[in-house]
Design a protein around this ligand. Structure first.
Ligand SMILES: NC(=O)c1ccc[n+]([C@@H]2O[C@H](COP(=O)([O-])OP(=O)(O)OC[C@H]3O[C@@H](n4cnc5c(N)ncnc54)[C@H](OP(=O)(O)O)[C@@H]3O)[C@@H](O)[C@H]2O)c1
Length: 273
């Protein structure tokens, strides 16, 4: 049985801690209660991130084209006491991205984080002239991010707070043969994010661009050339689980409001490029 002296000491420690300015920070993760919109939430990085943020107390609005995947995730989150909303949408259609943001505002009344994550990676050498793939990458990986910003920015300006997180890639830093167009779209996301960072300062909006290396998701399935896909799959033998990305997102959101982490570049320890 604990002695009265020990209980007294414990009470003293708890009281000192609760008087400390760090107590509140330690108790709040700066994620709980936030409203987070995630594009590309039906699989891979978007799905893992939505799940983790919901576990940490965020309300999540899930967007992608495959409604069944979104609804299953929303059911899982809502069923375990979280808050989630599923909206079928295509990021290449500006009004559909707007619809996701409008539905979020209607359900939750604000948007704290916009995670522009939807993307695809149909690598191929330029000489194969896979022009349809080039266009899809520009439309989804780059224009999709622009439409996400266009939809979320006005809400965040009104709120005078918010956080826009864009997903680039190691390919946004390094160009390799066969990956020229993908790398171009990811370089564009990097440049766009830096411009955004500088412009939104007056509105108290944080901006982050995350550039991951190989992560185990469905991304490789978007390669349309079978021989290229085989090569990419080999490179992905060392891929990290999608959770590694989700933790990065939680880390940047969870910082105190005055801390704005603008860039994260990470890869598997064994990834050479
Ligand atoms: N995995 C990696 O190694 C890696 C590395 C660096 C960067 N990234 C980037 O991470 C992001 C997420 O990719 P991932 O690895 O999670 O791949 P993934 O598992 O294939 O997920 C891609 C997501 O994007 C969605 N999407 C694709 N086209 C869309 C469209 N037109 N409209 C709305 N949603 C669309 C997909 O959903 P629907 O098909 O249901 O629409 C899916 O939810 C991408 O931007 C990718 O470039 C990934």
């Amino acid at each position: 049985m604990a002695s009265p002296v020990r209980i007294g000491w414990l009470q003293f420690c708890l009281q000192s801690l609760s008087n400390s300015p760090h107590f509140e920070i330690a108790m709040s993760n700066n994620i709980e209660g936030k409203v987070v919109v995630v594009t590309g939430a039906s699989s891979g990085l978007g799905q893992a991130t939505a799940r983790l943020l919901a576990e940490q107390g965020a309300a999540v609005a899930l967007g992608a084209r495959r409604l069944d995947g979104l609804q299953a995730l929303a059911q899982e989150i809502n069923g375990s006491g979280g808050r989630a909303l599923a909206v079928s949408m295509d990021v290449t259609q500006r009004e559909q991205v707007q619809r996701l943001v409008d539905a979020t505002m209607q359900s939750y009344g604000r948007i704290d984080v916009m995670l522009n994550n939807a993307g695809l990676m149909p690598h191929s050498p330029l000489e194969r002239l896979k022009v349809d793939d080039w266009e899809r990458m520009v439309d989804v990986n780059f224009k999709g991010v622009l439409y996400g910003i266009a939809a979320a920015l006005p809400c965040m300006q009104r709120q005078k707070s918010g956080h826009i997180i864009n997903v680039s890639s190691v390919a946004g830093h390094k160009v390799r043969p066969g990956a020229a167009v993908y790398a171009a779209t990811k370089h564009a996301v990097l440049a766009l994010s830096e411009g955004l960072r500088q412009e939104v300062k007056p509105y108290n909006i944080r901006t982050t661009v995350i550039s991951p290396g190989a992560l185990a998701t469905e991304l490789v399935d978007s390669v349309t050339e079978p021989d290229v896909a085989e090569g990419v799959r080999k490179l992905y033998d060392i891929a990290l689980p999608a959770d590694a990305f989700a933790r990065m997102v939680a880390f940047v959101i969870g910082q105190p409001d005055e801390v704005d982490i603008n860039e994260i570049l990470f890869r598997p320890t064994r990834q050479e490029v």
